[in-house]
Write a protein that binds this ligand. Structure first.
Ligand code: BG6
Length: 513
């Protein structure tokens, strides 16, 4: 398989006029904290290998692992090797692997161990001379947020956070970006107290997905959609992120967080922002973020949260032919947990474009299938010059952005059924990535890690977006905290009855993607 080169044209979020951005990362090293975690093994390490395999990393690229393990460089290499073998997207090539592995280093230590961080500083300096990393370093904190402060302070104390002239130092943090607005502010203050705001890269991996970026191409590169993309024509929008998996193995992380904090606060509100935002002045980080923030600041919750939100918890049931446990029976779960594994929320966006158009967001674990989509549902035609019986089976027009797994876009509209009578029924027109393009989509993490190394911040939410999103969610969480336990729903279903009732009150139904 020949390596695919990333060109500026491939990335709709990068300013095509900005000729300064190289497509291949310049000399640098990445320090990875949390090397034994799930995310590192399943996403970060494989993505680094895939980037190397596609020729997008510089020759002297170095990966430094830091963990509380008594390992030598080779032991760390073995961990990366296993992760790559199991999870990489591109084929395993011995030559790529060998070249990459030459840059592996491991520093053992605790986060409170000054000496370990001093050793890390020495290692980074050595790499500059040995491998020509140019003193450019990214610090990837794939660790629980409770440790962000401690690690940032250590990076500050040891001088690692400070870039010399002409060099860069950047920090990458993973969600959850706090637990609520207050904790997010604290966290932002800690991280941005050490690194300048433009050196902080917050990963929301949904923004790295090809289909999510395509939403911007769909809206702003075409004449067809934008004129009808408003309250005059749109009835409502449904944003769904459904998963068929449970929380197995992550019970202790997930308990106390729940579906709304885990997914609505970040992924779904970002999808909403991209769906609802105005055209940015240019596809630069500054302009994109400004437009998204305007949307987030205009999001309004309904007055009555008991009828405009719903939450549930999966009970035992069937996932296909497998009998599966309920949330409360998952290993490591605290008895009686009230954490929701399903959350649905209705909001409106108070702008001229969207006044009166409800946005329904829902996410859940152990639902009927894995699917993420944005469905923009249009109003019915204001006048139908047909008999009622002729349009009985005509629904509402819709544009559905299929984020995953069957990536593409579907257009639903009415069409005449062949035959002597006039009968109009819904049909669909499909665009599928798989059949329209020969290139396969990179993994979100490939895209995002490369952008960290390139210093391209467009796809990373900044402080204001994170805080605005918590401002939306906090009242919902407070309401739920006073409202008893979430409603159980059978695993393998489409969620709790209360979510359907919420839609029924508006005379609508959830889609069955
Ligand atoms: C993560 C959530 O952000 O996204 C997980 O923390 C969820 O709970 C995951 O499973 C889903 O990601 P994807 O890319 O598989 O839709």
């Amino acid at each position: 398989m020949s390596p695919t080169r990333v060109t500026r044209e491939h990335n709709p979020l990068r300013d095509p006029r900005d000729k300064r951005l190289p497509n291949i990362a310049g000399p640098c090293a990445l320090v990875l904290f949390g090397v034994t975690g799930d995310l590192s093994r399943k996403k970060v390490m494989p993505a680094i290998y895939d980037l190397a395999n596609r020729g997008l990393l510089p020759p002297g690229f170095s990966l430094v692992g830091f963990a509380r393990r008594d390992w030598a460089d080779q032991d760390f290499g073995q961990i990366v090797h296993d992760a790559v073998r199991e999870h990489a997207r591109t084929p395993f090539r011995e030559s790529t692997w060998q070249a990459l592995a030459e840059g592996f280093r491991f520093v053992p230590g605790n986060f409170d161990d000054d000496e370990a961080f001093d050793l890390l500083a020495t290692t980074v300096e050595e790499l500059e001379h040995e491998r020509g990393t140019g003193g450019n370093v990214g610090f990837y904190l794939s660790i629980p947020p409770g440790f962000f402060g401690q690690v940032c302070r250590q990076l500050d104390r040891s001088g690692l956070a400070k870039a010399e002239d002409g060099q860069w130092r950047r920090v990458v943090i993973e969600k959850p970006f706090g637990h609520d607005l207050a904790s997010a502010r604290e966290l932002n203050a800690i991280v941005e107290g050490v690194f300048p705001a433009d050196s902080v890269f917050r990963i929301d991996h949904y923004l790295g997905k090809e289909t999510v970026q395509n939403l911007l191409a769909l809206r702003f590169a075409n004449e067809l959609f934008e004129p009808v993309w408003n309250a005059h024509h749109i009835d409502h929008v449904q944003i769904t992120m459904a998963e068929d998996i449970g929380v197995a193995g992550r019970a202790s992380y997930y308990d106390g967080i729940g579906a709304a904090r885990d997914v609505i606060q970040n992924h779904l509100l970002q999808l909403l922002a991209l769906t609802a935002m105005e055209e940015p002045v240019a596809f630069t980080a500054q302009h994109l973020r400004a437009e998204k923030e305007k949307v987030l600041a205009s999001v309004r919750l309904m007055d009555d949260l008991s009828t405009s939100s719903a939450r549930g918890q999966y009970a035992p049931g069937w996932q296909g032919s497998d009998k599966v446990k309920g949330f409360l029976e998952e290993d490591g779960m605290k008895p009686g947990s009230r954490t929701e594994t399903y959350a649905a929320l209705k909001v409106e966006v108070d702008t001229r474009r969207w006044a009166g158009v409800p946005f329904y967001l829902r996410t859940g674990k152990r639902l009927a299938k894995r699917v993420t989509e944005i469905a923009v549902v249009f109003k019915k035609a204001p006048h139908l010059p047909f008999n009622d019986t002729e349009t009985e089976e005509l629904g509402q027009n819709a544009i559905v952005i299929r984020v995953q797994p069957d990536e593409g876009v579907t257009l639903r509209f009415g069409s005449k059924v062949p035959g002597a009578q006039m009968e109009v029924r819904d049909v669909t027109m499909d665009f599928a990535y798989g059949s329209s393009f020969t290139e396969t989509s990179p993994e979100a993490y490939e895209r995002l890690i490369l952008d960290v190394l390139l210093g391209a911040p467009s796809m990373f939410p900044r402080t204001q977006e994170v805080e605005l999103s918590w401002q939306i969610l906090d009242p919902v969480e407070e309401h739920w905290a006073k409202d008893g336990a979430p409603q159980p729903y059978p695993s393998g279903s489409w969620g709790p009855a209360s979510a359907d009732e919420m839609m029924a009150l508006d005379g609508r139904e959830w889609r069955m993607p």
